[in-house]
Design a protein around this ligand. Structure first.
Ligand SMILES: Cc1cc2nc3c(=O)[nH]c(=O)nc-3n(C[C@H](O)[C@H](O)[C@H](O)COP(=O)(O)OP(=O)(O)OC[C@H]3O[C@@H](n4cnc5c(N)ncnc54)[C@H](O)[C@@H]3O)c2cc1C
Length: 507
């Protein structure tokens, strides 16, 4: 029987996994232990989430108001991509979280090109880019915890998030905490892990071991030697420089979206928290050196209202890729130990949430059932990692920028499946037929936002003019909702200040 779960790692992935499994199985005989090294700090970046995090936090049982207060959190309503298409100052588009109005009923891209080709696609079909441009919050003070008026995820302080989850897991969910270093693995004859040797707490036995040890992938990578599939030939970014940037004053507006501004050999993320911005340059070290990358980061910060004299940025290196399989014998990897590509579109925490949820939902009752669950898990997540790569690469291959080797090289390496899709999309829009799994990582509407945001134009060879009136109705609906929401939604800082003082109503 599977009764004892041992999680190694106390970063966001470890605590999210512990929280989800413990909350879902409260009252059962499951015993959950989390071992965290007191010597190795969590990575401390990873500040943008998807709307899925709302479900995850609700499921774990935390209060959203406490989360805002303790994690320096703000609202994220999508991403804004600056200078990705041509590199010009006025070049930008949105990938909002809200799906286009009527996207399931009408071929919006065709009618967009027929009726309003001069308006950016996302601005025509969704109210959310307008909320972002105007810095509006996605809900009102009376909207209960985790509910929304406009779909949203979060920006958060990664360090504070881990502490917040740990407190909840220990105080409310009965997770057993062992602050110690794992120094060795004891195996059963069949190769399963029997116990982990810790420096101060001896051997900790378990039935299922969850590797959340970050990039070192202690159990799946180092112990089991499951091969790592590097994706550097497709997505070149392998280094990041991260800094925290103060606001000029306490009332400075908090952005409603993650901004991603393309550079000569990478891009800069800009995430607005209530007390500071988190800014970082992620780039390809094969295309530029650290000094130039830092100079571009400093220039960006001073151009966007930050101080000239920021402290030296923190440098993080990573090899983009993922493991050949994620669940091997009685060990499953979640978080950076399973893989990491790059932070564009912030898919890492979302994959960790999906992985933890699947482990919890499918928790095998016995060792005999575990191999079946593991095979399904591996199939599901291999598919998901491949889709993440396709979707991220979509942002690069469509760029018209040719101002550096980085941008020129990026159009020369297109994954086969993405190449096939681009061939199809020359004459039709991305549709549900392209992405038909129940839990796709990115819905086909996201592909439409990025494809058309990046300047791609499908030539519809079988036009459906009868849809014109229906589409016009949805375009008007998006415009009316924009007007209504701009009139009724507070700005981000006003709502966040309210939450900090009074909290949100519980559901
Ligand atoms: C530059 C950058 C930007 C990112 N931005 C985003 C973003 O915007 N959105 C997003 O979703 N994700 C982002 N990510 C990814 C995100 O940071 C991670 O997915 C997330 O923080 C989870 O990390 P983790 O818990 O897997 O690993 P870590 O935070 O590295 O935690 C590893 C844990 O393992 C423990 N450990 C290691 N070895 C041992 C041992 N021997 N014994 C005991 N314990 C051990 C450590 O103590 C630590 O607690 C970003 C990543 C990078 C590199």
């Amino acid at each position: 029987m599977v009764r004892r779960i041992v999680i190694v790692g106390g970063g966001s992935a470890g605590w999210l996994t512990a929280g989800l499994i413990a909350a879902d199985h409260q009252g059962s005989s499951l015993h959950i232990t989390l071992i965290e090294s007191p010597d190795i700090a969590p990575i401390g970046v990873g500040e943008g989430t998807w709307p899925s995090m709302r479900d995850t936090l609700r499921r774990i049982g935390v209060s959203e108001s406490d989360f805002f207060r303790e994690c320096d959190a703000s609202f994220k309503q999508g991403s804004r991509f600056n200078r990705w298409v041509t590199g010009a100052d006025n070049d930008y588009y949105f990938h909002p979280f809200v799906l286009p109005q009527g996207y399931d009923e009408v071929n919006l891209p065709e009618q967009w090109l027929a009726q309003h080709p001069d308006i950016p696609f996302a601005d025509l079909v969704s109210y959310q880019p307008h909320l972002c441009v105007n810095g509006r919050a996605p809900k009102q003070v009376v909207t209960p915890e985790f509910s929304s008026v406009a779909n949203y995820g979060y920006h958060l302080d990664a360090g504070k998030f881990g502490v917040f989850l740990r407190k909840h897991c220990l105080e409310k969910l009965g997770v057993h905490y062992v602050p110690d270093n794992v120094a060795g693995v004891a195996s059963h004859d069949n190769g399963d892990i029997a116990a982990l040797h810790t420096q101060a707490h001896g051997a900790l036995e378990g039935d299922l071991f969850i590797d959340c040890t970050g990039m070192q992938s202690l159990l799946l990578g180092k112990h089991y030697q499951v091969p790592f599939l590097s994706q550097k030939h497709v997505l070149y970014n392998d280094t990041a420089l991260a800094v925290q940037v103060p606001y000029p004053d306490d009332n400075y507006p908090i952005a409603s979206q993650t901004s991603s501004t393309a550079q000569s050999a990478g891009w800069i993320w800009d995430i607005g928290l209530p007390t500071r911005r988190g800014v970082g340059h992620v780039y390809s070290s094969a295309h530029i050196g650290g000094e130039q990358a830092e100079a571009e980061l400093r220039r960006y910060i001073s151009d966007t209202g930050g101080p000239q004299d920021i402290p030296p940025p923190r440098k993080l290196s990573f090899n983009p890729g993922y493991r050949e399989r994620f669940w091997h014998r009685n060990c499953v990897a979640i978080g950076l130990s399973a893989g990491f590509i790059e932070p564009l579109e912030a898919s890492a925490l979302a994959l960790a949430e999906m992985s933890a949820a699947m482990v919890s939902d499918e928790l095998p009752a016995t060792r005999a059932a575990m191999d079946i669950v593991a095979a399904r898990f591996n199939e599901a997540f291999t598919y998901r990692w491949e889709r993440v790569i396709d979707f991220l690469k979509l942002h690069y291959v469509l760029s018209q920028r040719r101002d550096s080797d980085y941008w020129r090289d990026n159009t020369a390496s297109v994954p086969e499946r993405l190449g096939d899709l681009l061939t199809l999309w020359r004459h039709r829009a991305p549709s549900r037929n392209d992405f038909n799994r129940i839990e796709e990582v990115f819905p086909w509407a996201s592909y439409q936002y990025v494809l058309y945001g990046m300047g791609f134009r499908s030539e519809f060879t079988n036009p459906q003019p009868r849809q014109a009136a229906l589409a016009d109705g949805y375009f008007r609906e998006a415009a009316e909702l924009t007007h209504k929401m701009l009139g009724g939604l507070p700005d981000n800082r006003t709502l966040i200040n309210h939450i900090k003082r009074h909290g949100l109503q519980k559901i």
